[in-house]
Ligand binder design. Structure first.
Ligand code: HEM
Length: 537
């Protein structure tokens, strides 16, 4: 039967036949690729557009998608994505199970391929990095050894003291020329924070030979690279599709390669000396040991800069809070030979409102979804089956504003949320409350009463808790104290600082950035024009 007679026999045109075969083909493909869910898996939320609908949703709405997609408020649910699934949990109880060290749930299986794309690591280096990545430290296991080294070096102790001391001293020096004397200085606030943090961290971590000191143009390159990671991660001819970020990364990689080749790290902090030495000992080439430092810089700067920006804008946009903080901070400033000295230890121990404001700021801006890869079928909470080769995420952004956890004001900014009455002279907390002790009897707390620790996820948790959290909180407190004590600030066109909008769409490292930078006018506070400041540990 020729084509014409066939179509004629069934009364169908050629177009209709092609259409029918296309539908049959799609059905066959769908049958082949469809996910066969186990009834023990978390409830499945289907998208009207199969396979790619949820991926598009995450791309469009960022971490906010996890609020939108689950109106039923399931504590854990399944999003079918392509031919696999992504499990999302918003429950602190389940989060604490997922974040534990578990042989079947791997952080590195996700993070290392990302690191490869971000740092342009070659195949031999990836073989070293992936070898026994989920195992125990040893000669054949770089990642566990690196994890242990970074965690212990950045934990409370001498190395951290050395690092923080050197960093805040440099920060103090960087503040010295700002709005000097009676001058007012107009600047982009986010740009200013970026500049201070990049220089101070590079100095403290990488020492006097750091790449940004040798070539300050690389500061802009680093932030161009950081802003273009999505294009680099997509990795589709990135030298064309993400050209600016790709070129910036080329210059950074070259500079770090030279830094390692010329042994600039020998004058660096203990952390960086140990890190470069360890990468080289495990077989990294000089070039790859240089490239690998880019991921370290991401961790160091990527979250600390936006966090500090939000802490400062939260304070300067609330004149009452600003005044209260000034009163609190002025009590801990020391005067030595005409110089006002601010100690980070005093800020931490005697400035509860400052610390609480910082922690509250982080609560409302941290929306990272911590990710783990499921290596084998795994039952959690004796109830939910997580299938092998899928991804499980903890949606911090949802947990952080859950009224069942934080109370009715969960969605508002309360700078005193992380403060509690401090028991004095053996009195109980209740006795302190009953006596209505003044604010000086308050202390900063890690968590408000009744909030489980897995619900505050700013620094991740469990086996993947941020090792830099002590260092980060010290530097953010120091920077904020300097801004609050030393300067007045208004919008460049006059008036009180207005909080910019948060960029909720872009998938952040951990915390959201502002949608736009803000132009501000900074001036020394009246009566403090010619004061010399110094910061110490
Ligand atoms: C406000 C500032 C910071 C925030 C909010 C933050 C947050 C985080 C989070 C949430 C993670 C876990 C990632 C995940 O679960 O996917 C993490 C990991 C990490 N952070 Fe931070 N971080 C900050 C500052 C720092 C600083 C200053 C350093 C270094 C000095 C640092 C070093 C690291 C490293 C090395 C890891 C990877 C840990 C591992 O491999 O197990 N972070 N950070």
């Amino acid at each position: 039967m020729d084509d014409k007679s066939f179509t004629g026999a069934f009364g169908l045109s050629n177009t209709s036949i092609i259409f029918i075969f296309a539908i049959l083909g799609i059905c066959a493909l769908h049958y082949h690729f469809r996910i066969r869910f186990d009834p023990r898996e978390p409830p499945v939320i289907h998208h009207p557009v199969p396979y790619v609908g949820h991926i598009w949703g995450m791309f469009k709405y960022g971490a906010k998608y996890f609020q939108i997609v689950n109106p039923q408020n399931y504590p854990i649910y399944t999003l079918p994505t392509l031919t696999s699934r992504t499990y999302i949990t918003t429950s602190p109880t389940l989060a604490s199970l997922v974040q534990r060290t578990h042989p079947n749930l791997s952080f590195y299986s996700i993070i290392l391929p990302i690191t490869q794309r971000l740092c342009a690591l070659d195949e031999p280096t990836m073989r070293i990095v992936l070898a026994n990545a989920n195992g125990k430290p040893g000669p054949e296991a770089l990642m566990p050894e690196m994890h242990e080294m970074i965690t212990s070096t950045l934990g409370p102790g001498d190395a951290l003291r050395e690092l923080t001391g050197s960093q805040v001293a440099e920060m103090g020096r960087l503040f010295a020329p700002v709005a000097e004397g009676e001058e007012k200085e107009v600047l982009s606030l986010y740009g200013f924070v970026t500049d201070v943090f990049t220089k101070a961290n590079a100095w403290a971590l990488y020492g006097p030979q750091n790449v940004f000191r040798r070539d300050p143009g690389l500061i802009r390159d680093f932030w161009t690279y950081e802003g273009g990671i999505v294009g680099l991660l997509a990795d589709v001819v990135p030298w064309v599709t993400a050209r600016k970020a790709w070129l910036a990364r080329e210059r950074l990689m070259k500079a770090f390669e030279t830094y390692v080749a010329e042994k600039g790290y020998e004058e660096a902090s203990t952390l960086i000396q140990r890190r470069v030495e360890m990468n080289r000992r495990h077989g990294f080439s000089v070039k790859m040991a240089g490239h690998a430092e880019l991921i370290m810089l991401f961790g160091v700067l990527g979250n600390a800069v936006p966090t500090s920006f939000w802490v400062v804008t939260n304070i300067f946009s609330r004149p009452e809070l600003l005044a209260e903080l000034r009163a609190e901070l002025e009590k801990v400033v020391r005067e030595e030979e005409g110089v006002r000295v601010v100690s980070v230890t005093a800020l931490r121990e005697r400035c509860p409102l400052l610390i609480s404001t910082m922690r509250e700021t982080m609560r409302v801006i941290a929306i990272l979804a911590s990710v783990k890869y499921v290596l084998e079928d795994t039952l959690i909470a004796d109830k939910y089956l997580l299938k092998a080769n899928s991804v499980v995420q903890i949606a911090s952004g949802v947990t952080h504003i859950d009224e069942n956890i934080w109370g009715a004001d969960a969605k508002t900014f309360n700078p005193r949320r992380f403060m509690a009455p401090k028991p004095v002279n053996g009195s109980t907390e209740k006795e302190v409350i009953d006596r209505k002790e003044p604010e000086t009897q308050q202390s900063a707390v890690n968590l408000p009463k009744g909030v489980p620790s897995a619900a505050y996820r700013v620094f991740g948790g469990g086996s993947v808790i941020c090792p830099g959290r002590h260092f980060a909180q010290n530097e953010i407190a120091a920077f904020t104290a300097m801004m609050v004590l030393g300067f007045d600030m208004e919008e460049a066109d006059g008036g009180r600082i207005r909080l910019p909008e948060k960029d909720e769409q872009t998938v952040p490292l951990s915390v959201m950035k502002p949608k736009k930078d803000i132009q501000v006018r900074m001036m020394r506070r009246e009566g403090f024009e010619n004061v010399k400041w110094e910061m110490e540990l």
